[in-house]
Design a binder for this molecule. Structure first.
Ligand code: SAH
Ligand code: SF4
Ligand code: F3S
Length: 466
């Protein structure tokens, strides 16, 4: 993969820093920023890059109302996500009226939709900067621009020809971090907007990934989450075609790293080699997120998912026989165009047979530009909602039952924070990602503690240190 080594982001960080220094001299304090993130882990990681660049320029974090620069990193996977952003923009306009120095920047997946940018140009003139998912590495250049010249600046690119490696990052957590291993998606599931807003799939060079994780480990990170829309196809197009399984084994060797997670695994590309690597690598967490989308083979074919009900169930059986304790979670869409009661019962059947530990359930949302949106057999909202409620009830019932299986056991908990309701408790996660609360203090944060899970409260546990 060609790397964009000839773009000098540092040059623009320097220019923006000079412009920001001038401003802050005038107002007698440093400039401030606030970044709000919508959507998935990819966006969360992108926001860490945005914060990294902002802090290099000299901006300091603040409340949204007082910020000199507000950034919304948007998601467009479902229509609700877009509506939420428009709603928040109304509120931001109010803040900006009280604080006219405020600049507003919008970026992320939603900005890659042409109709969104048109709407912003027409009806949201108080926005200062719009940029897309392919040019985050030029953020400093854009900040420099808006500091020098008022008005709306729009920078959207159709795809990224390169992967830009050298960007500062400001981590949300000291002890855990997401790492992009690939960008974009080539799968074109019929309902999904991601391939259109994130561009074609590109894997990062394994050496760059390993180097980044080594640096993170040296900086105190113990848990990494390897990120890609379909990590199972990692390495395609790279020299030597490295596989995701190989990458997992290499990350497993990095000292200081204790836990390895990854998101997301497409069932069509989940290899035996990967199941072996998961079983054999001691740091890889006992958790697999394996999106089902639908249990109906007919709908799965229409969705362009390249697996069917039987092959999915077969895959689950194979994984469970190799890694018996594994926690399985999933994503399911209800109300896909043409979904019959029979199709839906197939979904219920798979859920009952797999017994997921938990599942994200979504009402199908029509995304303009995707093949499924052009279908004339869209499902009535009331029908979809009724099915959704039935599915949710089943998912919750099975989830409760599944989590009971760990009650009474002593397991490792990575402590993440002080409990938000009760300061005498800390909150952490098991390797299967379940939440555990137990007595502790600040000094436990970022450490792995052995905890007896004394009580299962449905979706979380109460425990005691052993
Ligand atoms: N790359 C991941 C998914 C990313 S989007 C994968 O293939 O598993 C996260 C989830 O959003 C998807 O798994 C799907 O369940 C849901 N989703 C995507 N498009 C949707 C749509 N148009 N309506 C409802 N849910 C959708
Ligand atoms: Fe969307 Fe499918 Fe790509 Fe996942 S694999 S991001 S659901 S197109
Ligand atoms: Fe949303 Fe973009 Fe992620 S559409 S789910 S933020 S890749």
């Amino acid at each position: 993969m060609d790397r964009s080594d000839n773009y000098d982001s540092n040059k623009f960080i320097d220019l923006a820093r000079k412009a920001a220094d001038e401003r802050s001299l005038n107002i007698g304090r440093p400039l401030t920023y606030h970044v709000t993130t919508f959507g998935c882990q990819m966006n969360a990681r992108d926001s860490e890059k945005l914060r990294g660049i902002l802090e290099e320029i000299g901006y300091q974090p603040s409340d949204i109302e007082d910020a000199d620069l507000v950034v919304y990193n948007t998601c467009s996977v479902r229509e609700n996500a877009n509506l939420k952003v428009y709603g928040r923009l109304g509120v931001l306009n109010g803040y900006k009226k009280k604080n006219p120095r405020m600049k507003i920047a919008l970026c992320g997946c939603m900005m890659q939709e042409e109709t969104v940018v048109e709407k912003l140009r027409e009806s949201y003139r108080f926005v200062d900067l719009v940029f897309g998912t392919h040019n985050i590495y030029k953020f400093a250049e854009y900040i420099y621009e808006i500091l020098c010249e008022d008005g709306l600046h729009v920078h959207i690119e159709k795809d990224s020809p390169v992967i830009y490696e050298e960007l500062p990052k400001k981590r949300t957590y000291a002890f855990k971090s997401g790492i992009n291993i690939m960008f974009g998606c080539n799968n074109f599931c019929s309902y999904c907007i991601v391939p259109y807003v994130r561009g074609r799939e590109k894997s990062r060079d394994p050496h760059d990934i390993i180097r980044e994780i080594e640096e993170l480990a040296a900086d105190g990170v113990v848990e990494v989450m390897l990120l890609g829309q379909n990590v199972n196809s990692y390495g395609r197009g790279l020299e030597g075609e490295p596989t995701f399984a190989q990458l997992l084994r290499d990350v497993n060797e990095i000292s200081g790293i204790e836990r390895i997670r990854f998101m997301t695994s497409h069932p069509k590309d989940l290899s035996d080699e990967l199941i072996d690597a998961m079983a054999e690598c001691d740091k890889v967490c006992d958790h697999l997120h394996l999106p089902l989308q639908s249990g109906s083979s007919r709908l799965l074919a229409d969705m362009n998912r390249h697996y069917d009900k039987e092959s999915y169930l077969g895959l689950v059986e194979k994984i469970r026989s190799r890694i018996p304790d594994i926690t399985l979670t999933t994503d399911i869409i209800v109300g896909y165009p043409g979904e019959t009661e029979e199709d839906f019962l197939d979904t219920m059947d798979v859920v009952r047979r797999v017994e997921y530990d938990s599942a994200f359930t979504f009402l199908y949302s029509k995304r303009t530009g995707t093949p499924a949106a052009t279908r004339d057999d869209q499902i009535e909202e009331a029908v979809a909602k009724e099915r959704f409620n039935r599915l949710l009830a089943l998912v919750q019932e099975l989830g409760h039952k599944r989590s009971e299986r760990f009650t009474g056991r002593t397991m490792d908990v990575l402590v993440e924070e002080i409990n938000r309701q009760d300061e005498s408790l800390v909150t952490g996660r098991l390797t299967n990602n379940s939440v555990v609360h137990f007595p502790g203090d600040e000094s436990d944060i970022g450490h792995i503690v052995s905890v007896k899970l004394s009580q299962c409260m449905g979706f979380y546990y109460l425990g005691e240190r052993v």
